[in-house]
Write a protein that binds this ligand. Sequence first.
Ligand code: SF4
Length: 381
Amino acid sequence: MSVTKDKLIFSSVTAIGSMPNKYPKRREVAIGKVVIGGDNSVAIQSMTTTDTFDVDATLAEIRRLEDAGCELIRVSVPDKRSADALPAIKKQMRVPLIADIHFHPEMALAAIEAGVNKVRLNPGNIVSEWRLEPVAKELVKRGIPVRVGVNSGSIAYDLQPLYREDPVAAIVQSAHRYVEILESYGIKNIVVSLKSSDVPVTVECYRRYAAESDYPLHIGITEAGPGIIGSARSALGIGLLLAEGIGDTIRASLASDVVDEVVICKEILSSLGVRKFPRIIACPTCARVEFDLIKMTNEILGEVISLNTPISVAVMGCAVNGPGEAEDADVGIMAAAGKFVVFRKGKITRKDLTLEEAREALREEIRIAEEEFRKENPNSS
Ligand code: SF4
């Protein structure tokens, strides 16, 4: 039966906040040191935008992603130059490396040889079994996991008539078919994704596949779009799925700076209560605002996102809502009659500050709040 978008939207909306997870528990798959599936945390993934063969540029972007809290990083391997760069990149990474392969099984073989922690294959463009077999054998031999990354834009030729009639059925069938081929070679460490740029179609693909299989799922909306548009689509699609218990790794595929992808993923996870991350609260500003709050909030966000403790930091433009909102946060800053006030855990710790003094005082209060959190939570990483 084909599913119309209206039905999908309706069923998505009614599923928000749905309680028990009705899907089978996922198998565990280890991607280097990051284990997904089972009861493990949902991991954040992103992908570099540099030429992979430019080792310095790629490592610089990887470093920014790692510092922001990205837990799995994928690089595309479109050619031999890129494959040749993988050993140098891998050697200097703190998080597992995933090779993204399209069209060229020989690039997958080179990536495996370079020691990557996972390979992503697209069933739409490495179709023939004779091309897949050598890769599958190496994956089995070395125990490297593979992601079957189905993408609505590259559905296999023979499934395209079905795709036009029922995109969800074609995407899900494509995943099942490729997984069965990989299983026939003895591959057990499989992760699956079923992405479309259409939110309702993507959500329904994951729902259906999650009910029919227990492989862990990498979720996201593909080609989600630029900054705020892509963030909204990603938050909606990923959020709906996570709310139903679907999703073991997530990526917000934005046409934006890579670090934005990590920020959005963290916010989705913490807003849903799936994981805890540092949080920033800021008033939307109005005619009462007494300083350039948007600029300051962005500066503070850059610092807060790298913290290892899930503290909340408030930036408030004036005293109208300022004290109440800031007192809810672990740490807060507020403008009041041309001066600044800093709070920690609901108590004013510094007042009558200039903007520069307030900025420094806030950093100090963040350090103290972090120390207090670590004392209270000695087992937190
Ligand atoms: Fe306006 Fe003050 Fe509210 Fe910010 S806190 S939106 S400046 S009234």
